[in-house]
Write a protein that binds this ligand. Sequence first.
Ligand SMILES: Cc1ncc(COP(=O)(O)O)c(C=O)c1O
Length: 403
Amino acid sequence: MRMTIVTSAALQRIGTSATIAMTQKAREMKARGEDVIVLSAGQPDFDTPMHIREAAFEAMQRGETRYPPIAGIPDLRRAIVDKFRRENSLDYTFEETIVCTGGKQVIANALLATLNPGDEVVIPVPGWVSYAQLAEFCGAKPVLVETKLDTEYKLTPEALDMSITAATRWLIFNNPCNPTGAVYTRSELSALADVLTRHPQVMILTDDMYEHIRYDGIEFATFVEVEPSLRERTLTMNGVSKSYAMTGWRIGYGGGPRALIAAMEKLQTQLTSGACSIAQWAAVSALEGPQDYIGESRAAFEARRNLVVGRLRSIDGLECPTPKGAFYAYPSCAALIGRKAPLGKIIETDEDFALELLATAKVAVVHGGAFGAGPNFRVSYAASTREIEVACDRIDEFVRSLK
Ligand SMILES: Cc1ncc(COP(=O)(O)O)c(C=O)c1O
């Protein structure tokens, strides 16, 4: 007799990551021999630079294969201190840093270590799929604050102020933003920091994963740099996944107040015992080695952004703002809602749009609803120029076929 697995109430509160589910579905279709173009995954299509891979190999040869210290190997924590100082003018000490299994685990550790039922977590949307889900898993209430196209999908000080209550524990803030590509200027951050200064109960998790991927010469700034008085309640989170094409290595890190880092470390003693030792040595090489990859990949992404935005804008029925960072376009498909797809389905939501696009045109994208707002869809342009061109031809043809 098969046993029924009873899942926890916490697990029942969350869903599977929509980006991962869509990519999985597309990969299965590909495995069946279908000609699918996958623009749903959030990862650079480049290989990890060779010197980083060599550092991992050398670490293995040296026998760096045992349990690492829970909060990260000292060389990596020192490299993180240097990175924050060099690139962000932040002066985190060694003890104020932590290494986790991907950026995602930095966020999960921070929320699991601090949230209680009834706490509120302010999340601007559209925003990355996992923030609200992780807050829900912790029993907290995600407070989604909708950002709009007319403010370039950026959180305004007024909207932030209105969303904060006595129960607010965290603001989770992503800059550059996945999925909209919004990048905040220093003065925009400063205006938001003014609001946060008035609400001392709120901690800030700034997710800077896409720091290096931005265009048109736009500058990057982060909260503590702009408003040092927020230092004692900010977790500055970053990682090597996107900046160095290292999504599979699973290394993320954070800088924050010592008590928060210690709480996250305590949790990590029970959850993972620390991130993979070999991947940590690779990350040392990423942060301290040659940085040419960053400029090269940025130039490639910028050219692709121009291509994809130009193509999507030319499609009647789509509205596509120009992203300033990350590697996603986030067109609105509001004008197409209510139309009939070739297989007979009426498109009622952006999820219908994405599913029909996959079924008919064999292009995998992620529907805007997964990011908490829509109707939009996210197109990752971390793909070859050829794939982007063919995908845009297919999207164009699909949209024309809607009745
Ligand atoms: C905004 C954002 N934060 C965090 C992550 C997670 O990063 P990692 O792959 O290092 O866990 C992602 C990955 O897609 C992301 O887009």
